[in-house]
Design a protein around this ligand. Sequence first.
Ligand code: XLS
Ligand code: NI
Ligand code: NI
Length: 441
Amino acid sequence: MSEIFVGIPEIKYEGSSSKNPFAFKYYDPEKVILGKKMSEHLPFAMAWWHNLCANGTDMFGRGTADKRFGASSEGTMEHAKAKVDAGIEFMKKLGIKYYCFHDVDLVPEADDINETNRRLDEITDYILEKTKGTGIKCLWGTANMFSNPRFMNGAGSTNSLDVYCFAAAQVKKAIELTVKLGGKGYVFWGGREGYETLLNTKVKFEQENIANLMRMACDYGRSIGFNGTFLIEPKPKEPMKHQYDYDAATAIGFLKEYGLDKDFKMNIEANHATLAGHTFQHELRISRINGMLGSIDANQGDVMLGWDTDCFPSNVYDTTLAMYEIVKNGGLPVGINFDSKNRRPSNTYEDMFHAFILGMDSFALGLIKAAEIIEDGRIEKNIEDKYSSFNSELGKKVREGKATLEELAGRASELKAPSDPGSGKQEYLEGVLNNIIIANN
Ligand code: XLS
Ligand code: NI
Ligand code: NI
């Protein structure tokens, strides 16, 4: 097979002083941080859809990037195979070991689901053949239950039993493919699972149907040997006005309500967090403290635009605080998927590589800085000190749930007025963070 990304070399680590546009400045896979190699801390994945399918088409104009990768036309099995060839060469050149996919990213969808499934079997055989001996595997798979017009009223939340059966069939096939490709996770992102108006919607009915679909997915997945993690990817809106998996807290509550919390964890996407009015770190923290942090979709939004722009992550403050949560979580059971796309005018093969170099370096630098926050200790010590009044005898009783209102009221009465709870020291702490992030690397 001939080279597709001609002239683009394997991307190597050269250090922060390198000016080579095709080199990593911070991502050094072999470097050991907090006792683990960077490559183990950062299980990076390529999103099939953004990298190999998206060509820059937007609501106002046609595509700007040629993603045929040598195939004579788009929407054919020849093109599907060219995408596999391109994807593998791309991952090899960057040293990326994982990819994520939707069923319809891999092949053009046929009018008959049986033919679509046959195409999926053919392409996944091809992927397995081409990745043999490379160490490249699937990170997670999913079914696209939002693009086809049949899902206009929802997939798991649809009003139509026929459509519900098609959602089930796609989930079944996508789990089978995920297992076949060695995937560690299976994702539900509920793009159409929500509503436009309550004037035509039975909310409880729809939520119960979604939960039943997820329960069937777990039962089926476990029955065919899927030992990985099922994931919900919360998003508050877009495409629907209101989506049921609004944010991590909402999705975790839903999983607990329907007894799915043992099989599922969260796949947190940075840009979805900001759409929900949260920081990325907030969503990671809420997931982590509930034992539900499974995977991340790495990208970033644009405050000036305000929609899911899926930009490649460049903000090192955000990646540092994200990696802090991930390190504190003991790593991620699944991994780090770049659910990110080039901006429309960045339309060359070189731009595809620059985007991943940016994203991988931003996370590598975030990891380095997160380790420094932990080793430096000032921020964590301040938090310990802030809550230290609970180390007293009475404080311990409260923590253990053994105190009574009478006893606490008795202490308040003795004190007459409480002591000053102490400064939050926010500006001091932000200065410490600056000091750590800006210090030389
Ligand atoms: C869309 C989502 C989607 C999921 C996978 O906003 O991020 O790309 O990650 O269906
Ligand atoms: Ni995503
Ligand atoms: Ni998204």
